[in-house]
Design a protein around this ligand. Sequence first.
Ligand code: C5P
Length: 229
Amino acid sequence: AACWPLAPHDLQGLTVLLTAGPTREALDPVRFISNRSTGRMGFAVAAAAAQAGARVVLVSGPVHLPTPPGVERVNVESAVEMYEAVMQRVQHSQIFIATAAVADYRAAAASGQKIKKTRDTLILELVRNPDILAEVAALRSSRPFTVGFAAETHDVLHYAEDKRRRKNLDLIAANQVGVAGSGFESEQNALHVLWEGGEKVLALADKTVLGRQLVALIAERYRQWSGAR
Ligand code: C5P
């Protein structure tokens, strides 16, 4: 296959910071809003980055996955916690990869006590969460090489290219969700990777294989980017 072999020194001397998994937005002490992300794609990318010789810091939402060998894991729950954990560590990172499925909204005010079912209707007020990826990409000093993911159900490439430009990303990996056998809650995935002036299709494969291919591509693009500055 036309993919790069991942050399164990491809990312030697670099720190890679990643987010993975879902976030949980509390409604009250026992309930939350979340999503179907398993964290598998992000954990596979983290494992591959460690195999490529990087120091890897993985900020993870609640998932049922073991920490890959050689990876430093920071556990968080909410989007705001994930944002703070990333911002504390980003200035020491040369590459940032956002694979987390961050909740777009959180409760305007989480209840301190369990919400009772006293009424027939209940209106929840939600407020926007910080866009962690966009905030990192907008950093004015020590901005890392910044990689995002785009999970879309339709018009994948159109939305991914739009997202890449809007969020000022160096590279975006797009995948179609809602298709059987790939994306969320699946062992496999297929990615269409876009950057300024180039693209590459990574065909349907196990997420571990795809993680290695993506890291090899990121290493190559990172070298171009850092050499050009
Ligand atoms: O805009 P959208 O949520 O589709 O963008 C997806 C990309 O942005 C993913 O890389 C995801 O990890 C990242 N993201 C983020 N913080 C958010 C929302 C998305 O880092 N609040």
